[in-house]
Design a protein around this ligand. Sequence first.
Ligand code: 6GU
Length: 315
Amino acid sequence: MSEYERNERLSEPDNPAIETQSETFHRIHFDIFTLFPSMFVGPFGESIIKRAIERALISICLHNIRDYTTDRHHVCDDTPYGGGGGMIMKPEPVVRAVETVLMRPAGWSLPPEDAYINLPEWNPDAPAPLPPDTPIILLTPQGRLLNQSLVVELARYRRLALICGRYEGVDERVRQIATDEISIGDYVLSGGELAAMVIVDAVTRLLPGALGYELGAHQDSHSPGLGGLLEGPQYTRPHTFRGESVPSVLVSGHHANIERWRREQALLRTLHRRPDLLAKAPLTEADIAFLRLHGWMPPPQPAPHREQINSTIIE
Ligand code: 6GU
């Protein structure tokens, strides 16, 4: 891997709000701290993320944690105190990398020729002042579970730092610089890199202009536009494939009927695949009647909290 690849600056950030006809939005800068920056080159060089970088909706700096080591062999992990298997990520290189980068403006990255030998001054004994408005997210299977509402929350920030832990673990003192820990599901990955890519992708596609069509991510499964329901079936040409034709309502041209059909299909798909999502979804009376016809029982409402009972009595 070339020096350049190890610390690749994927685009030039500067971060003014961008005005469009309908809404104001902002660019997001991602600082990603990893031992394997080249893992990101393929996924970030294609499709939506590539285009979002080209359109300056986002910018990404990959920071190789190993560049921030000063020992001769550039060691980033060590055996666990107390014994046991696996290797643990050492705290100094990763904390040094994060503090060095985040104390500087978005877009800064270590000049490749300075790796190991000409690092900016850093105090190992005292925490550096970190920007309060930049979440520093440690990717770990012990983090809080990523869902679409967390993605929406992350998309509100101008700058996000993502630290990719390795699966055996990171020294507990790394957690002290993290403001949040996120997991992408209840299974174990070999490192946080794939999880960081998931976050960048999910956040980026929410930015106006990233998807290149008007409604964008609004009607996606799990999105607020669909009330947290799953999307129903979709069709494109040909009209008939292997003897199965497109539902006639979709070629009727009757927009109200199409909308109602889509809503019902979303409800049915959610009922069959993820009934747990229905409990949280904002359902209309018509939705509830439709679901009851298909065998759904609305979950019992939780009993009101005692204070609520009291206040109702007082009023
Ligand atoms: Cl963020 N990291 C690792 N190593 N495994 C995971 C994960 C993260 N999320 C789910 N599994």
